[in-house]
Design a protein around this ligand. Sequence first.
Ligand code: I3P
Length: 109
Amino acid sequence: KNGFLVRKVHADSDGKKTPRGKRGWKTFYAILKGLILYLQKGEYRPEKQLSDEDLKNAVSIHHSLAMRASDYSKRPNVFYLRTADWRVFLFQAPNAEQMQSWITRINTV
Ligand code: I3P
């Protein structure tokens, strides 16, 4: 599954709250391949290679949990992703259908 997602990093790998200055929303082109969610920055082209920075942003979704962020009301269509190493991301999808589709795909791999 592919598509644009806007990401906010809420907690780092120790589960500690991500510090100010690193909590802003950023747009990525997301590519879910197997157990890895690749987050590609910049303009999307199908033939584009993943940069070193893109690889650093990649997230393992093995033993992760995605759920609708019903307590987050500042933006619509936002879901949480909690990873096995206790990182927490918020992802904003372009619409409700896309949000649900990402949640289902992430939780059923
Ligand atoms: C963050 C940025 C986020 C905001 C976050 C800020 O600043 O403004 O948009 O989250 O608030 O810390 P920075 O880019 O300097 O990290 P919201 O959009 O959810 O308000 P937060 O610290 O209360 O999460």
